[in-house]
Design a protein around this ligand. Sequence first.
Ligand code: MLT
Ligand code: MN
Ligand code: ZN
Length: 324
Amino acid sequence: MGGAGPGSGASRATGTSTDVRAGEGWGVRVWLRVLGSAAGGGSPQWNCGCPVCTAVRSGAGPARTQSSVAVSADRGRWFLINAAPDVRTQIEAFPALHPTDDRTTPLDAVLLTDAELDHTLGLLLLREAGAVTVYATPAVHKTLHDGSGVLRTLERYCPVEWRAVVPGTDVALADGLSCRAFDVPTSKRDRFGSGTGHGRVVGYRLTDDHTGGTLVYLPGVQALTPEVRAEIAGCDCLLIDGTCWRDDELVRLGLAGKTSREMGHLPIDGPDGSLAQLPSLGVTRTIYVHMNNTNPILLADSPERRIVQDSGTEVAMDGLEVEV
Ligand code: MLT
Ligand code: MN
Ligand code: ZN
């Protein structure tokens, strides 16, 4: 974005571990880093005293920033998938994203899965860039421009290059890194318009052309339709929507009138929940991301966390690094 510099990560190669927590991320062969693992509001959420937020404040689980990952095939040029309101802290916590000299940064572009504020407010915090490159579907671009105004505002600070994302089309993001967005149907209405059409939510299937590794990033999914399943099938690593444990989680707590599904998020638990469906997806490694602050899997010793772990599924925390 306005002057990408090569090689910031490669020269630091010292380790062999594939999973590294925040603060230890120096130069292992990182392919993806979870910058933020919580849903909108983070964990704990500033105005929430629910049992999970209270427990996290007491140390029962690490605090988590809002949903975003960084990916790279060469450890030199990086792409953000979504730009959280915590993007500044997230970049500072990850040396591979630090500027190499003057204002040269390894960050090339931001890919968006949707137009939600937790995934897009960080764009405004990148306004000091010489230019910002944004990959988004026409539907997401329209909401960000004409609806929430995030892109219209950003354009007053720096040039914004919009690259239209076309679901189902393979795109070379960088040498050795290709990407295909796929449509994720949702009945959730556009907060800034009446749109219910395609392209308002997408997932990304990423391929490392050198290793052949594939990874799917899907922080928001209402239902695992046959089409979505086909995009996930056989990938090496799936990072999937873990917003709510129960479908009525927020209703039972008196915090919202809508179920998880009605908000566009397939719950983890239940006969039709994501956990029950994961074994049929044929994925090597599955990691929950985008956890809401009410979700008990955020707590290291909760029964719900144990159920997830016993199934062989992981729960992301900020700083988790994945190589495929
Ligand atoms: C969502 O994922 O449903 C939204 O980000 C919720 C929100 O933070 O408004
Ligand atoms: Mn969200
Ligand atoms: Zn809470």
